[in-house]
Design a protein around this ligand. Sequence first.
Ligand SMILES: Nc1ncnc2c1ncn2[C@@H]1O[C@H](COP(=O)(O)OP(=O)(O)OP(=O)(O)O)[C@@H](O)[C@H]1O
Ligand SMILES: [Mg+2]
Length: 406
Amino acid sequence: MPIDVESNLLIVDDLPENLLALEALIRGPGRAVYRATSAEEALALLLDHEFALAILDVQMPGMNGFELAELMRGTERTRHIPIIFVTAAGRDSNYAFQGYESGAVDFLYKPLDPHAVTSKVNVFVDLHCHRKALRHEMDALAVANRKQEELVQQLRHTQRELERAVRMRDDFMSMVSHELRTPLNTLYLETQLRQVHVSKGNLESFAADRLPAMIERDQRQIRNMVRLIDDMLDVTRMRRDALSIQPKPVDLAALARAVVEGLKQQAEAAGSAIALEAPRELPGVWDEFRIEQVLTNLLTNALRYGGGKPVEMVLRDLGGTAHITVRDQGIGIAPEDQERIFEQFERTDDSRKHAPGLGLGLYITRKIVCLHDGRIEVESRPGEGSLFHVELPLQAATKTATQVRT
Ligand SMILES: Nc1ncnc2c1ncn2[C@@H]1O[C@H](COP(=O)(O)OP(=O)(O)OP(=O)(O)O)[C@@H](O)[C@H]1O
Ligand SMILES: [Mg+2]
């Protein structure tokens, strides 16, 4: 245990020559000796410094050594300082100073025996140094414990994050497999059916009037799979901040009309009609392919979760900004879900019952809108449909996702 601690010693005696003699006996390396010629002077020093030991002359004019010790006992700061009383041999020796908290009280008798003085003082100083070193080590231990506790908390946090990441990856794998299986199964069943027709020579199933519908069915399943894979690739790019936009002059109104036309069959299958209200032209500078994704994602959601009721898309030129709204009258979204649905793989419990999906569409949509310096918001109430607003500045600047934080 390191005991290179500085120890302050207080000596109190009304006779300066006694003080000098005592100091000569007790001083040494690592010790600072403070002298007081009265109890009052001693009290002032006691309040200013931390002492390892006080050596008090019992007989002093005014307040004597015992009275000073009583005062020290009554003060928190000085209560634990060990005391050696210096008293005339034989006299006062039966006075037992009672109740001093530390119990560290000793006596030296006049005339002073130098050996007795040094050995008693050494004992108290050593004790003081050991106590101080111990306190120091305990403080260090408490700090180390606190740090260790912090580290354990950090590790627990990291572990939870890792577990969450693993769970997300597993969920993702099973969702992707499930989503890809649906169009693949349909295609597989179609090919099996055709094989049966061929083996039975039933070639009228492949007659010219049936072929276009057959091809369209196949293409739809293939498009579904391509869209899923594209979405996953987009998300991977976004995670690496590698998605960029290439803005060029586009007519948003014409683009919207083409998207609505492209979703006609899907709308029919959902039992909904899409009504589009748009100016004749809405020119701006955007990444056409990415904005098409935004419109498609919002309309696909409106068809999926729109409960077979009409869907409406409105485009407006607000002067400097294009405003797009997509409204449906379907299942709606609870207030507590309205922020998280824009995060990857987040879906509402209600929507899971209605339609399959990966929960990527709105995540991708918001990223694209932000890359165009735009905003997307939703207004909705459960059971009362949803209204998505998108605002796009008419002029988007070329950008990569690194420059955008959503
Ligand atoms: N119009 C809407 N009405 C009700 N809920 C909606 C609507 N649009 C989105 N949601 C909710 O937000 C979730 C996230 O939508 P998002 O488009 O990101 O994913 P998804 O449609 O489930 O799957 P996909 O990745 O194929 O788009 C949906 O699963 C659904 O719970
Ligand atoms: Mg979607």
